[in-house]
Design a protein around this ligand. Structure first.
Ligand SMILES: [Zn+2]
Length: 479
């Protein structure tokens, strides 16, 4: 190697080093976001948000449609799971409810409660656009903008102590302001800086969750095309042109988690359902009417069974008795009939059927059921049904420390095939009540394990046992 070659080699080595270094530099081109100074604790956020949520739910009607609610909750939890770790707060409990209001809007309260307007879901062109608005709102919560703003305001407040500011946040909007302003406006009127941060973090959350971050920007155009949405997301969030460009610029630096991509089929089904309802009022119309909705918490899973433990909505466990009329669902690889007052809920590749009041979110963010059946198909290492079932049940127990076998295996017929039944005891994660879990398995022709899991509180097991048996007998396997 001569001198020139050596020189070239050194130069190439240096160039390679630069190129390698450029990769992290490109990643750094994402705008950095930091938490603002905040004299409140995350627990204060939770407390404030919970009180504001209770007030909001008395002022505005919740949409009574468990299927729509479960869908929005699922999209919401998917976004929550995509919040970058540095902005996750273990105290926060995110949950999502749908308001029966026509404005194209959504709002989130400190500590995690989020309210998504029916009008916003109907206006969005894709699930991604709907998720964009939710991701933006979620970012205000994760960045603790409500209490950061109160911290800032307090510097200028006249002699207001912490109690005074808490009082302003709690009492201020509840009676006077909220009646005239759109609810949540108190927490929603953020500075332009905060709005930009919520857009940027929202875009990151979108990408992490498998959505195109540009859908958040696209939603601005969708709203404008529909006449601006009158008093909606855009009027709370000024300067949509700049925001559109800013989000699209940021999107260049974000890698979309394509493994999580979804199509819009379920979204369209939800929109169709919503289009079938009579027109909703705007939030301003609702506020002007002065109507109150005092009992909403009773009718929708929103109980705090262990007192004030965490503030997440949990199943009430108060459910209607199973209807004697059954409805058949075709799940592709099998069909099954369930009482027609039960809902179909798709959770992480499994399907659940449960009545209203029998499901909700647990502290873990997962959906928890009190009275339900669950079906799924899983790959097994074992060809022998009992070994495959053992292995499957061990997996359930690893995820659920309270789950204990209460019986040996019993033979069970599943659509004419050899099956096994195992009964287990459990303690429900959300209600803390003792429950009985029946696991029934059989094998498909390709060797996969088909399972049904039936859950009910121990005290209700006597009356649900026959329902579970009827459901099991209705199963028809295709494969
Ligand atoms: Zn905002």
């Amino acid at each position: 190697m001569n001198k020139l070659q050596r020189h070239t080699a050194r130069w190439l080595a240096a160039l390679t080093a630069i190129v390698v270094a450029l990769v992290p530099i490109a990643a750094l081109a994402q705008t950095q976001i930091k938490l603002h100074s905040n004299k409140y604790s995350p627990a204060d956020d939770v407390k404030l948000g919970r009180q504001a949520a209770a007030e909001a739910e008395q002022q505005f009607p919740l949409l009574r449609d468990a299927e729509v609610n479960a869908y929005v909750e699922r999209v919401g939890q998917r976004l929550v799971a995509a919040i970058p770790p540095e902005f996750q707060h273990p105290e926060f409990r995110y949950y999502f409810k749908v308001l029966n209001a026509s404005d194209i809007n959504a709002f989130a309260l400190p500590g995690g409660p989020m309210y998504v307007n029916r009008g916003m879901i109907q206006a969005a062109r894709t699930e991604g656009e709907m998720a964009g608005v939710m991701a933006h709102e979620l970012s205000h919560v994760a960045l603790r903008h409500g209490t950061a703003q109160a911290t800032k305001a307090q510097k200028y407040a006249l002699g207001a102590g912490i109690a005074g500011i808490l009082g302003t946040i709690l009492a201020g909007p509840t009676v006077g302001q909220l009646a005239q302003l759109p609810v949540g406006a108190y927490f929603l009127k953020f500075s332009r800086e905060y709005e930009t941060e919520a857009d940027l973090l929202g875009a990151r959350i979108m990408a992490n969750a498998g959505y195109d971050p540009r859908d958040l920007a696209n939603m601005f155009r969708t709203i404008q095309a529909q006449g601006g949405g009158g008093g909606g997301f855009l009027s709370d969030h000024p300067s949509p042109k700049d925001r559109y460009a800013r989000i699209n610029q940021e999107a260049q630096y974000l890698r979309v988690n394509t493994a999580m991509r979804t199509d819009n089929r379920e979204f369209r089904g939800i929109q169709e359902r919503l289009n079938g309802y009579p027109r909703a009022q705007t939030m301003a119309e609702i506020a002007r009417s002065g109507r109150r909705y005092p009992n909403q918490g009773d009718q929708y899973p929103n109980q705090y069974p262990n007192g004030d433990r965490t503030g997440y909505p949990t199943p009430t466990g108060r459910v209607d008795y199973p209807s004697s009329r059954y409805r058949t669902y075709n799940e592709g690889s099998f069909t099954v009939a369930v009482p027609d007052n039960w809902r179909e809920i798709n959770e992480q590749g499994e399907v659940w059927f449960a009545p209203n009041g029998a499901y909700g979110s647990a502290a873990s963010g997962q959906t928890v059921f009190t009275h339900a059946v669950n079906f799924g198909i899983t790959q097994s290492r074992y060809r022998n049904l009992q070994q495959a079932t053992n292995d499957f049940v061990s997996g359930l127990q690893r995820n659920n420390g309270n789950l204990r076998s209460a019986s040996g295996y019993q033979r069970m017929d599943v659509d004419g095939r050899a099956g096994l039944l195992l009964t287990l005891d459990n303690v429900n994660e959300a209600t803390g009540r003792a429950e009985v879990v029946n696991v029934v398995t059989t094998q498909l022709q390709n060797g996969q394990l088909f399972y049904m899991i039936a859950v009910s509180p121990r005290s209700d097991y006597g009356s649900y046992q026959n329902v579970f048996l009827t459901i099991l007998r209705s199963v028809q396997l295709n494969g």
